[in-house]
Design a protein around this ligand. Structure first.
Ligand code: ADP
Ligand code: MG
Ligand code: ZN
Length: 244
């Protein structure tokens, strides 16, 4: 192969707290739609978020487990965007002072140790969940379940240190294992407790600067991430070959 893939993963992990990150609603998966909501997580006017101490504890647990640095001072930020599953019109996330930075995920690949650096681990709230029923021909409605609004997440952002889809799979497997071992996340990808955005670019072997990346969003299986990356690497190679 003439090109080397460069991959960086963003992983969202739902934290296993009893209640949501900024209110007292239950955070458990699987309840009847819109039964676990309140003025805070619905974003009603005048509602005041109060941070869940246990969500912070769980984030710190993960940061320490991967050898990261816990920032003594950390701030939340508003990420503004319009979407029907986001009643406030913004997500409470972290930007320039995340709770954790650095650290690494290490694993074995064909017997040799591989270490993938982390850029940051930050806390944020999950959004609601939209449903678009496919089989309803005369039903043009979409549905939204706000139970997931305000479920605590950590986002774990890797450096662009990953070099193959297989390595991305091994990284995710070890990451999920670590979260499960620490009891901070179920790791259940079918239920969306762990979701991955994969950033990927290619570059001619030997080149030190990075190419232009694309991002494959919201994948909910490790196999899906590997296959999505393989497809994208192939697509980008052809594009670059043809002068794109
Ligand atoms: P954004 O919110 O814009 O996606 P983040 O900093 O949260 O930004 O994540 C960017 C991700 O993309 C990181 O995992 C990083 O390692 C990866 N990345 C950055 N540049 C490249 C590149 N040229 N090729 C592949 N991955 C990249
Ligand atoms: Mg991204
Ligand atoms: Zn609530």
């Amino acid at each position: 192969m003439k090109y080397e893939p460069v991959i960086g993963l963003e992983v969202h992990a739902q934290l296993l707290t009893d209640t949501k990150i900024f209110c007292g609603c239950r955070a458990a998966y699987g309840a009847a739609p819109n039964t676990q909501t309140c003025p805070v997580c619905l974003g009603l006017p005048g509602a005041l978020p109060v941070l869940n101490r246990r969500a912070v504890d769980f984030a710190v647990r993960m940061i320490l487990a991967v050898g990261g640095r816990v920032n003594r001072e950390s701030i939340f930020a508003r990420k503004n965007y319009f979407y029907p599953d986001l009643p406030k019109g913004y997500q409470i996330s972290q930007f320039d002072r995340p709770i954790g930075e650095d650290g690494a995920i290490t694993f074995l690949e064909d017997g040799s140790e591989c270490s993938i650096g982390l850029i940051r681990i930050h806390l944020e709230e999950d959004a609601g969940k939209s449903f678009h029923p496919e089989n309803a021909l005369d039903d043009e409605a979409s549905w939204v379940d706000m139970n997931r609004c305000g479920v605590p997440l950590i986002e774990i952002v890797s450096k662009p240190d990953i070099r193959s889809p297989k390595q991305a799979g091994l990284y995710l497997t070890r990451l999920r294992q670590t979260l499960e071992y620490l009891d901070v996340c179920t790791g259940n990808m079918e239920e969306g407790a762990l979701r991955c955005d994969a950033n990927v670019s290619i570059r001619p072997i030997g080149q030190t600067t990075f190419g232009t990346r694309t991002e494959v969003k919201n994948m909910n299986s490790i196999r899906g991430v590997e296959r999505g990356l393989a497809y994208e690497i192939e697509r980008q190679s052809k594009l670059v070959e043809s002068g794109g």
